[in-house]
Design a protein around this ligand. Sequence first.
Ligand code: KIV
Ligand code: ZN
Length: 526
Amino acid sequence: MAITHPSFGTLPDDRIIIFDTTLRDGEQSPGFSMNLEEKLRMAEALAELGVDVMEAGFPIASPGDFESVLSIAKHFAKDGPVVCGLSRTAPADILRAAEAVKPAARKRIHTFVSTSPLHMRVKLRLEPEQVLELVTSSVSLARQHTDDVEWSAEDGTRTEPDFLCRCVEAAIKAGATTINIPDTVGYALPEDMTRIFSMVRERVPGADRIILSAHNHNDLGLAVANTLAAIRAGVRQVESTINGIGERAGNASLEEIVMALRTRHDAIPTRNAIVTERILRTSKLLATITGFDVQPNKAIVGRNAFAHESGIHQDGVLKDKSTYEIMTPESVGWSDTSLVMGKHSGRAAFRDKLRSMGYEIGDNQLNDAFRRFKDLADRKKVVYDEDIAALVDDEVVRGHDRIRLTALTVATGMATKPTASITLEVDGQPRDGVASGDGAVDATFNALRQAFPHEVNLKLYAVQSVTGGTDAQARVTVRLEEDGKLVDGQGADTDTIVASARAYVHALNKLLVKRQRTEPPAVLRA
Ligand code: KIV
Ligand code: ZN
């Protein structure tokens, strides 16, 4: 039976709603935090990818979270995604979420409470009947602010079946239009999904009028398998994140679910609105913003996901790609024509290239990116799409930076104490620093601390190459810690030391933004 939903109208039986929680469940995992600009950029990319619902944050969690949800809510028109804010059951919590999503053309409040015996006893210290009352009161209050209300049974897969059905029934009666049963701790097996969702559909009055939703964590590596099982059991909304980021082992990965549905349409005949060709681009943007690349063998978006190393496989693929490829790399955004531009390419061609890669950037950023592209093309024989993406992301990420790296010279070698001299521009004013160190990177970071004195802890320094070859760009991630708060910075350049300096400066800029948001206190002093 087709369901009529306040945000989506009448939904065909086979339509799967893709709910993205990269900006909420994904962002709340350690090291993955994003600032407002980064969230907005990610939100735009997710909308272009075609997600139906975007969980933009947990508004009561912090002023920063509230501001992000509010800004994202203002950003999208009617043809954009439904913007969702998370809340617990307390009225203040729900009202904060309601206020944050209010400007959205299409808005949702997602309210949740734990329903498992363990969580109710230990975490909530409430009796089941009290929890049941909270289900009704929270959903009813949320419904006063929007017709699109989702209710979640936290730790749903470890909840007593009878109690789960009573809670779901209460939520539906109070006006919930989506019912989500999360596998919060990643404990369930695919057959549990079948059992739980079939039970709810059979036993709960009104379950045929609402959308059932699955939200699976990946502690046993089963999040995607469980999500597919849930769809087969009648679930029509799936909650997931790009690259599978999220609490602990993460959430079900959006790209894996979507490509499983597309590739195995024969077995699970459904449809959704994801533009799969934008998957890789979105995945890479998230990696650039957070500083965490996916592992090379990650399905769909890992560097090796479509690489054929063994002779037998290569031979087969050369004869017919389908011998070893179950989907085409192009279908998820890997381009065959990676080799693209050279030093003779002009500005117009560069802009066209960016458009074809999905970038729409303003004139100032285009000029800066083009200058860096020319510089790169002078140094590097072959400029690949990945190189262009790395430098544009680098440029865009830095759009509003207060500190800019303007010059760097490093003298190093065997039997020489490495020395770095650096020039920064801080709020438009030049600042110089010269220092030595244990290696070129250490000397550079010391020089940076001279030019812009600050006290923070360096928690992580990681280097990856953007493409192959000795002239490849290095992408460096630097993680800094101040007052228990972590920020990651990224930088890309063919020179690893320059990339390192860019990454450090990027992280410092993020700390400055954090300081503005959380004043007082902050140790950082310029
Ligand atoms: O994992 C979980 O239970 C959640 C809920 C808040 C939906 O993220
Ligand atoms: Zn979760």
